[in-house]
Unconditional design. Sequence first.
Length: 135
Amino acid sequence: MQPLILSYNFPAKYLSKLRMIAMKCGARVRVVEKREYLDPIGSLCGVCGAFETMYDGEGFPGLMLVLAHFSDAQLSGFLQALRASKLPPIALKAVLTEENKGWNSLELHEALLEEHTAMQSGTPIHEQSGPSENG
């Protein structure tokens, strides 16, 4: 499958830069709309069936990326190009895995935010098998 980048909350000026970087790496960008936030990440990436859900709650702030179907070399090249670009830092990034493909965007965002906060504070990240039950 062609490498795919799910993008969240990118303003138009940043989205066009992201698409240029992706194109150079042989990937395509798919903008995830807020109404799709309850769909499993795997569904958004084309690895499992689509669900007919409609989210109408609050979104989340900040940029987030999910990278799917990248080889190690493609992933490394994309991340290197992303760092070299004029895009603002994107703290919340994930690679599609067997573990997270069933999570929805809100669950993934919560898990990434928790992980990022723990890394920033130097607090150990407690192991979990999925997003917390609270969110």
